[in-house]
Design a protein around this ligand. Structure first.
Ligand SMILES: NC(=O)c1ccc[n+]([C@@H]2O[C@H](COP(=O)([O-])OP(=O)(O)OC[C@H]3O[C@@H](n4cnc5c(N)ncnc54)[C@H](OP(=O)(O)O)[C@@H]3O)[C@@H](O)[C@H]2O)c1
Length: 306
């Protein structure tokens, strides 16, 4: 799959990118070459008889504003945004949907009627992903979220609040971001404590001795950090904290198990990779662009985990 650049966008017609069917959708990231979105969204476009193609765009943070202008000029239908653009792109769209504004990050852009709008489908997609991966409802779980300060982490934390999850523990390398998010979410967790006197919402330091007492009171651990994207990244959670009662969900959307998922499986925990989130957040984005149900079966097959 070819990855396009800002230079390609600048010389779009010259480069023949408008040949039929024209590229009118894409995922924008840095890096982006590993993205499975093109194969999945192109399968969805084909199944739906829509005469467009979806491509990957390697765009660095300092190129994002110019790329946005060019996507607009080139009559794009929509975009997906991935690392590291989800927060910065908020400032580039004309309107931001209410939930996305509350989250403070967008992963989907819709161009319609001369205007662009920003949406976040990671958050609702996460509910479907957890049900798909573990056959449980997010709202029934006690969740520990690693990487709570990132774009995806913030979205997932908000969704846990909207779902009224039993407990939410926020962990982030930059602890101040987890603390700030805990303050923002506090009103959502002020309700009755079904589990007794313990706090329903906490920000906890990323230190083994701070995390250890949490583990027995957690059902689901989510890795929403970028650790694991690179082959030799360290584990986001020490092996000694991985216990058989846990469900471990790693947002990294790849079939090859990350070292976290390998270690979790060895510890006897139930594990799932981020492909289910990729499927469900992408299907929701497709529905925003085209106002029709996404062909989830074909999208799942295109991701090769049917
Ligand atoms: N499956 C899917 O559909 C899907 C959807 C969304 C995201 N994702 C994945 O989720 C991950 C996060 O994406 P994002 O958009 O939230 O990225 P982001 O906004 O760049 O956030 C990165 C997060 O990772 C943390 N982090 C980065 N390097 C770290 C390190 N060396 N040690 C510990 N923490 C570190 C950051 O902590 P600081 O705040 O301290 O910098 C921050 O919490 C990525 O792997 C992405 O591919 C998958």
């Amino acid at each position: 799959m070819t990855t396009h650049t800002l230079a390609d966008l600048q010389k779009w017609e010259e480069k023949g990118r408008d040949r039929s069917p024209p590229i009118r959708l894409g995922v924008v990231g840095d890096p982006v070459a590993h993205s499975l979105s093109p194969q999945m969204q192109n399968a969805a476009l084909e199944k739906s008889g829509l005469d467009f193609r979806y491509a990957a765009f390697q765009i660095s943070p300092n190129e994002l504003a110019e790329a946005f202008d060019l996507f607009r000029k080139r009559d794009f239908v929509g975009l997906n945004l991935t690392v590291p653009h989800k927060i910065a792109a908020l400032a580039l769209v004309d309107e931001v949907e209410e939930h996305a504004r509350e989250i403070g990050a967008i992963n989907t852009v819709v161009f319609r009627g001369g205007k662009s709008s920003g949406w976040n489908t990671d958050a609702p997609g996460f509910v479907a992903a957890i049900r798909d991966a573990f056959s449980v409802d997010l709202r029934d779980l006690r969740v520990l979220l690693l990487g709570a300060g990132g774009g995806a982490g913030r979205a997932l934390a908000r969704q846990c609040a909207w779902e009224n999850c039993e407990r939410l523990v926020l962990v982030n390398r930059t602890f101040e971001k987890a603390q700030a998010l805990a303050r923002e979410l506090a009103p959502s967790f002020a309700g009755p404590r079904v589990l007794g006197p313990e706090a329903r919402l906490e920000a906890v330091r990323w230190e083994e001795n701070a995390l250890r007492p949490q583990i027995a009171r957690i059902d689901l651990v989510v890795n929403a950090t970028t650790l694991g994207l690179k082959l030799f990244d360290p584990l986001p959670l020490s092996r000694s904290l991985l216990a058989p009662h846990l469900m471990i969900y790693d947002l990294i959307a790849q079939e090859r198990p990350t070292s976290l998922l390998e270690a979790a499986a060895e510890a006897g925990a139930r594990c799932a990779n981020g492909l289910t989130l990729l499927l469900h957040q992408s299907a929701l984005a497709f529905e925003l662009w085209f106002d029709r149900p996404a062909p989830r079966t074909e999208m799942r097959v295109a991701l090769r985990f049917a």
